[in-house]
Design a protein around this ligand. Structure first.
Ligand SMILES: CC(C)(COP(=O)(O)OP(=O)(O)OC[C@H]1O[C@@H](n2cnc3c(N)ncnc32)[C@H](O)[C@@H]1OP(=O)(O)O)[C@@H](O)C(=O)NCCC(=O)NCCS
Length: 216
């Protein structure tokens, strides 16, 4: 496993552009291996090469869909890209019908850089983007077996949706849904980079202490 990045390093988040396609593709492929090995079939994981992903990201970042509030963000630690996230209008009819009009559509941070605030900073930035685009709420789907990702979303104040609205089967895989009825608390999960380095960190809204199991 890669060495962890020492604490105390500065997290920055900015909008991603076409020039970021190679960095995001590399993070995407590595994070897929780190997250889904053992949860998804190896063939599915290895099919996603950097070349395939880079072409996909280059296309997306060069010709972003003209939907309200859609954006991709890149997180860096001391200038080194370590994670990304995307947000957009809700694509799931079920979640849209339940009132979750915005979507956090992807979120990945390299394992070596996890636990340094990049995930929260990305969530905060995407929530701000959605709020400014006049979305009221956000929802997302996550693989049911991705215990680590689910813990993170719960720590960010996400609510596991009950009933039919909260479960979907995609081929051989089952996903569960998390929702945020109010985007405002998400926007303050991390200090606004515009406020400068002295900005106070907001109070945490976290789940009770739990074992740190990574890789799921
Ligand atoms: C989920 C993920 C994006 C979180 O990013 P991150 O940079 O590690 O998150 P942060 O450093 O901002 O951590 C925020 C909080 O979550 C906790 N946390 C982060 N990852 C955790 C994990 N895997 N297990 C338990 N807690 C975790 C941190 O301790 C922190 O809590 P605290 O502020 O109370 O100490 C990242 O772990 C990841 O990319 N995982 C693999 C991909 C994935 O599952 N994505 C989501 C579903 S698609």
């Amino acid at each position: 496993m890669a060495a962890r990045i020492p604490k105390g390093h500065a997290v920055t988040v900015r909008r991603a552009g076409p020039e970021d396609a190679p960095a995001i593709a590399a993070i995407h492929v590595t994070a897929w291996h780190e997250t889904y090995t053992g949860l998804l079939p190896d063939t599915m994981i290895s099919a996603l090469t950097v070349e395939v992903r880079q072409a996909w990201w280059a296309q997306l970042l060069s010709n972003p869909p003209a939907t309200r509030g859609g954006a991709a963000y890149l997180a860096a630690l001391d200038g080194t890209p370590v994670g990304f996230g995307t947000c957009n209008a809700q694509r799931s009819d079920v979640l849209a019908a339940a009132g979750f009009d915005g979507e956090i559509s992807s979120l990945y941070v390299l394992r070596a850089a996890q636990g340094r605030g990049a995930g929260r900073a990305l969530m905060a930035r995407m929530a701000t983007r959605l709020l400014r685009a006049e979305y009221r709420a956000a929802g997302l789907w996550v693989l049911r077996e991705n215990a680590s990702g689910r813990r993170f979303y719960e720590g960010c104040g996400g609510t596991l949706l009950d009933g039919d609205a909260g479960l979907r089967v995609q081929g051989r895989f089952t996903e569960v849904a998390y929702g945020w009825r109010d985007l405002a608390p998400l926007t303050v999960l991390a200090p606004d980079p515009g406020l400068g380095p002295g900005a106070p960190r907001p109070a945490r809204r976290t789940a009770p202490p739990r074992a740190r199991a990574r890789g799921g």
